[in-house]
Design a binder for this molecule. Structure first.
Ligand code: SAM
Length: 290
C-alpha cells in the first residue's frame, strides 16, 4: 500500500531568489509547517560546469533571443532522480505487474505558453500526486528535447506570454497545494468554490446540518458578504441573515448562475446543472429581458 506523506514540489529555475518570500504567507506557509507540502527550489546554474555558469545559447536556425540549454536541465532532473519518460513508463509497467496498487508518482511539467491551459480539474488531479517537478523557462524557452525526453506535460497558465516560468510555477504550487487533503481546514471547502465539483461528488457533509451552499459543479462562486450589514449605502442581502439554510442555498445558487452567465458563459456548457438550475437560468434570462 502506498502511504501518503507530504506532497512535494520541485522547482527548477535560473532565478531561485524569485521564490524567497512568495511561499512564506498564509496557507502555503502553514501547509509546509504542518508537513503536508514540501517545496524545493533548485538553481539551474548549479548544474553548469563553465566559468560563466552558462544556461543559455543562441537558437539553431537563427532568430530572436536565447534558448535554455538542455544539458544543465538534464542534470538538474537527474539530480532529482527523474528518469527519461521512456524509462519511467517501463518501470511503471513492471511495477503494476508486481502489485495492483495505483502508483500516484511524479509528474514533470514544463511551464510554457504553448502548453495545455491550467484548470482547477488539473489542479485536483495533481493534488493526488506525490511529487510535481516544475521547469521554469526563460528567454525564448527551453530546448525542445527536454520536453520530449522528460516532460509529462507542457502547461500554460493562460493565453498570454510571461517573461519566465517562475510566476506560472508559483500559481501552480499555490493552486494545487490548497487541494492536498488536510491543507484547507474543512476538506470540502475546495469543493464549494469557483470551478468546484457538483453536489453529487461531495462526500464530506456535516451530519445533520443543512448545508447553505451547493457544490459549484463547474460554475463560478456566489458573492460573499460580511459585517457591517450596511456599507456605502448598500445593505447586504437580507436572505443571508435569516438563518434559513435552504433559502440561502437557493439564493446562492441563483447568484452563481447569474455571475457565471454574465462573466463566463462558456462555463455553462460543461457545468453540472439540475432541472432547477435550468429553471433559474430561464428566470434570470427573462429578468434580463431576453
Ligand atoms: N517563445 C515563447 C512562446 O512564444 O511561446 C515564449 C517564451 S517566454 C518569454 C519565457 C518562458 O516563460 C517560457 O519558456 C515559459 O516557461 C514561461 N511562460 C510564458 N508564458 C507562459 C504561460 N502563459 N504559462 C506558463 N509559462 C509561461
Amino acid at each position: 500500500m502506498i502511504v501518503r506523506t507530504a506532497m512535494r514540489f520541485e522547482i527548477i529555475t535560473i532565478f531561485p531568489g524569485f521564490f524567497s518570500g512568495i511561499f512564506e504567507h498564509g496557507i502555503v506557509r502553514r501547509a509546509q509547517a504542518a508537513g503536508l507540502v514540501g517545496i524545493g527550489v533548485h538553481d539551474l546554474r548549479a548544474f553548469t560546469h563553465d566559468r560563466h555558469r552558462t544556461v543559455d545559447d543562441r537558437p539553431f536556425g537563427g532568430g530572436e533571443g536565447m534558448v535554455l540549454k538542455p544539458e544543465p536541465l538534464g542534470e538538474a532532473l537527474q539530480a532529482l532522480e527523474i528518469l527519461p519518460l521512456h524509462d519511467r513508463r517501463e518501470n511503471q509497467i513492471l511495477r503494476s505487474a508486481q502489485d495492483d496498487e495505483t502508483e500516484s508518482g511524479t509528474r514533470v511539467i514544463l511551464l510554457s505558453a504553448q502548453g495545455r491551459r491550467f484548470t482547477q480539474q488539473m489542479a485536483r488531479d495533481m493534488a493526488k500526486l506525490e511529487r510535481v517537478v516544475l521547469i521554469c523557462g526563460r528567454y525564448e524557452g527551453v530546448d525542445e528535447r527536454i520536453n520530449e525526453i522528460y516532460c509529462d506535460m507542457e502547461l500554460s497558465i493562460g493565453d498570454y506570454v510571461l517573461s519566465g516560468g517562475e510566476l506560472a510555477a508559483a500559481v501552480v504550487v499555490d493552486t494545487v497545494m490548497r487541494l492536498v487533503p488536510g491543507v484547507l481546514g474543512n476538506e470540502a471547502s475546495g469543493e464549494f468554490e469557483s470551478f468546484g465539483v457538483a453536489d453529487a461528488e461531495i462526500s464530506s457533509d456535516e451530519a445533520g446540518v443543512p448545508r447553505s451552499q451547493h457544490g459549484a459543479g463547474g460554475l463560478l462562486d456566489y458573492p460573499h458578504y460580511t459585517r457591517p450589514a450596511e456599507f456605502g449605502g448598500l445593505r447586504a442581502p437580507e436572505v443571508l441573515m435569516n438563518g434559513d439554510h435552504q433559502q440561502i442555498r437557493r439564493w446562492r445558487r441563483q447568484q452563481q448562475l447569474r455571475k457565471t452567465r454574465k462573466n463566463r458563459p462558456d462555463l455553462l456548457q460543461g457545468a453540472a446543472l439540475t432541472d432547477e438550475d435550468q429553471r433559474l437560468l430561464e428566470a434570470i434570462a427573462s429578468e434580463d429581458g431576453e
